[in-house]
Unconditional design. Sequence first.
Length: 384
Amino acid sequence: MGRLDKLPPYLFSAIDAAKEKARAAGVSVVDLGVGDPDRPTPGALVEVMARAVADPAFHCYPAQRGDAGLKQAIALWLAERHGVQVDPASQVLVLVGSKEGLGHLPLTCVEEGDNVLVPDLGYPVYGQSTILAGGEPRTFSLNAEMGFLPDLDELARLMDDRTRLMFLNYPNNPTGAVAGQAFWKQVVELCRERNVILVNDAAYLEVTLDGSRPASLLRTADPLADRVIELHSLSKMFNMTGWRIAFAAGHPDVVGDLARVKESIDSGVFSAIQATAAHALGESFTGLLDEVMSAYPERRKVMVDALTTAGFEVFDSAATFYVWCRVPGDEMSVDFCSRALEEIGVVVTPGPGFGSGGEGWFRISLTASDEDVAEGARRIGAWR
Ligand code: MLT
């Protein structure tokens, strides 16, 4: 079987198709599916971008690994916000969105016959990029009993001398689970012993609803000694999903290998966007990040109150803008979510879209307007 034949359909493409079909049939759809912030990019950033776009200095190819100003801003931001020291020249790489970095990482180290540990529950790209690189995704389970953290013994059992990478994602999509410093310490040690590159997809590190600062992989590991890489994204931090701007930071060899792969594939991010990203990171210290995140706590409360009043079981979390909820009874997740669209016009994501471990669960995204979240909560609550 060819690599493309091994790829399952992309989760959100299938959901988009179902949504469009329902709209065409006249259903008034409340879309709580994909995690794409409804609010616009903050006006101050749009103004910086407008000025940058008009500046011919930004019209040429960007630097291949990222513009020096942005890499400097990233290093400063990591130091001040997370207490992480990295050399901007050798340990930071600008990405065309973190999905791009996740998609290309296996190409740095996976050969035919190698395997990569991927979470089941997880963002589909981890397994799909492994397949595209010719490797075998080996799944480890995340379940509610363990707070959606992996069992370290299972990880150790799954690793062999062909294991090249392990993907983790905390704070976690789709569950909202958060990993603490003690967990990171143990998993870093395991990967060090087994010579496995450890990746944390940190796209939701700043998406907290209670102002907390979850531990990060980079904060725990020694990114000069440990073969680790963490991918951060401005998409959810600053409502910039469409801009495609993110960065990787970590061990110089791992970051350098990813840069080499990218040199053969893309030519970097438009420098005007990079200049805006540098500005945004600076502004995060003066309240911009808090302002963006202030959209979510009330939405979560409205949704969770409606769900629990209606008897749904919700995974308790103050991180990410997702609500992870059990499907009532023994109905399959996909059937439940299809019925939700057909009967009450609400789009939610079936848990198995993130792996077989998601059976019996569904995900609600809080990235719709306050009115739509309230309406979705009302419809789901009244439906049960
Ligand atoms: C999601 O809904 O899981 C994410 O928004 C998808 C993405 O970040 O590409």
